[in-house]
Design a protein around this ligand. Structure first.
Ligand SMILES: *Cc1c(COP(=O)(O)O)cnc(C)c1O
Length: 496
């Protein structure tokens, strides 16, 4: 018998939703995030699982969560998501370098790990709408720190029955990230630069979801507002798959024995990717430590050390912009699991964060975090890591992955823990040519991001990835900008 999994809010609304409903609505009415009523366990024999290809494994994992999808429906979504759009048929290669395993999640169309979830989300959403008999237009609202925006645009462009609207911090993304978004084609795509940082963009978008008047107005026009941000359960679940895939690959290549634990290092921003690793662990994947790597914006590293989450600090702009975040939304899900679903605690924590700007968790919740290790690496350390790793192994890390690597080195020297370790490589170095090439050699500093694309290809003796080939020549199609206080007005202008 197939067991149904339902979803409810982290903030106390106990109403159970189907996965299709949680996917369509994105966020709960009380402002909480949807979490599964229980985390399913994978009981299968890993020696059999290791023979599955990526899509087969994706089905094996996702069917545990999307229990109201039929086999045909789910397999169809998976097939449409993970295919030739990726530049490798194994989808997420595992590269062994420098004594660690880099899990490369950047082989999709936009060259960052966001493609792993955003290539499938539009299909999950379309089927969910059909299942719920909702004959409505879906309006996807997204705040981006650089990579989500492009991946969501690419995923939703020209998908019938949808609009995709992206808000990005004008000064907070790399030149190539910005250009990728501004050149996006598709009648249903909107890209708006805001004055402000990612947190401002995310707050603006979240406020719209909590604004019942605005939502009602959209409903009257037969629209549903939804989110492509990592708060959507339809993003979280697909991200669990590659952690299993990496483990099974190591098993298959006899790098580990069945049941042997591994460490996983995740360059972290909004806490979505590492949360997926945590869920993988809860499902039975043998994980020893989840190493949460922060850049200069080390809110999370501090949190895991002290139990105090304190956003009262200046956001620092770095060369790893997708981690320049002070409010990591998905942490709420971890807190909910760790507090065993005590919604009053979560409400208090979230109120403190909004009102006072910080919160402290109880020792009994903190105890649940023993699987986590938080550490940070500042920009200079990341740059040095890029240089060193390239010099020793000719492996070129992007600045986010480099934060992960630098943090791991600190972990290693502090703990001497020799457990085999996977470092999640979240973006291609081709998205950040200026900072990466500048780190490799001073001589590249005189060139701009676009000139350096070709030079990076030469250095690596690899072709330029299709996603950014000729990007300089493409015309800019989106010119809208708005003040961070005016997100709602801008949106109303587009929609109503
Ligand atoms: C989004 C992103 C991150 C952070 O991931 P979260 O799930 O937000 O923690 C890290 N690196 C890159 C390249 C990203 O695009």
């Amino acid at each position: 018998m197939k067991k149904n999994i339902f979803y409810h809010s982290t903030r106390g609304n106990k109403e159970k939703k189907l996965s299709s409903e949680a996917i369509v609505y994105g966020i709960a009415d009380d402002g909480g995030l949807f979490i599964p009523t229980e985390i399913p366990k994978i009981k299968a024999d890993y020696n059999q699982l290791k023979e599955l290809d990526y899509n087969e494994l994706a089905y094996r994992i996702m069917k545990e969560y999307f229990t109201d999808f039929s086999e045909v429906e789910l397999k169809d979504c998976i097939k449409k998501a993970y295919n030739e759009k990726f530049d490798t048929n194994i989808i997420t290669p595992l590269e062994k370098k420098m004594g660690v395993y880099f899990l490369e999640l950047f082989h999709g169309p936009t060259l960052a790990f966001k493609d792993m979830a955003l290539s499938i989300l539009p299909y999950l959403l379309q089927i969910s709408l059909k299942k719920l008999n909702l004959n409505k237009e879906i309006v996807i609202l997204t705040a981006t720190s650089g990579d989500t925006g492009k991946a969501a645009l690419e995923g939703f462009a020209n998908v019938p029955g949808t609009k995709i609207i992206v808000f990005f911090p004008q000064e907070g993304v790399s030149e190539i990230q910005k250009r990728q978004m501004l050149t996006q084609k598709g009648e249903n795509t909107y890209v708006i630069g805001i004055s402000g940082n990612f947190d401002d963009a995310q707050r603006g978008v979240k406020e719209i979801f909590e604004n019942q008047t605005f939502k009602k107005k959209a409903e009257r026009r037969n629209m549903i507002l939804s989110s492509a941000n990592s708060i959507n359960i339809g993003r979280l679940v697909p991200q669990i798959v590659y952690y299993f895939y990496a483990y099974l690959k190591m098993l298959k290549e006899n790098d580990i024995k069945a049941g042997e634990k591994i460490n996983i290092v995740v360059p972290t921003g909004n806490f979505g990717n590492i949360l997926a690793a945590y869920y993988a662990g809860k499902m039975g994947l043998p994980v020893k430590k989840l190493i949460c790597a922060s850049n200069d914006n080390k809110v999370l590293a501090d949190f895991f050390k002290t139990g105090i989450y304190d956003r009262r600090r200046e956001l620092i702009m770095t060369i790893s912009p997708s981690m320049d975040i002070l409010i990591s939304s998905n942490l709420e899900r971890l807190l909910s699991v760790a507090s065993h679903g005590k919604a009053d605690q979560i409400n208090k924590i979230m109120n403190d964060l909004n009102g006072r700007g910080f919160y402290q968790i109880d020792p009994d919740i903190k105890k649940e975090f023993s699987d986590f290790y938080g550490e940070c690496a500042i920009q200079e350390e990341a740059i040095q890591s890029i240089r060193e790793v390239f010099k020793e192994s000719e492996y070129l890390m992007d600045p986010h992955t480099a934060v992960g690597y630098a943090v791991y080195q600190k972990y290693l020297s502090k703990t001497k823990d020799i457990t085999k370790t996977v470092i999640v490589a979240t973006a291609s170095p081709f998205k950040f040519t200026k900072s990466v090439m500048g780190a490799v050699d001073e001589k590249y500093k005189e060139f701009d991001d676009f000139e350096l694309i070709e030079k990076m290809a030469n250095l690596l003796q690899n072709p330029v990835p299709i996603g950014i080939k000729d990007i300089k020549k493409k015309s800019i199609l989106h010119k809208a900008v708005c003040n961070k206080e005016k997100i709602k007005e801008k949106l109303a202008e587009i929609l109503f």
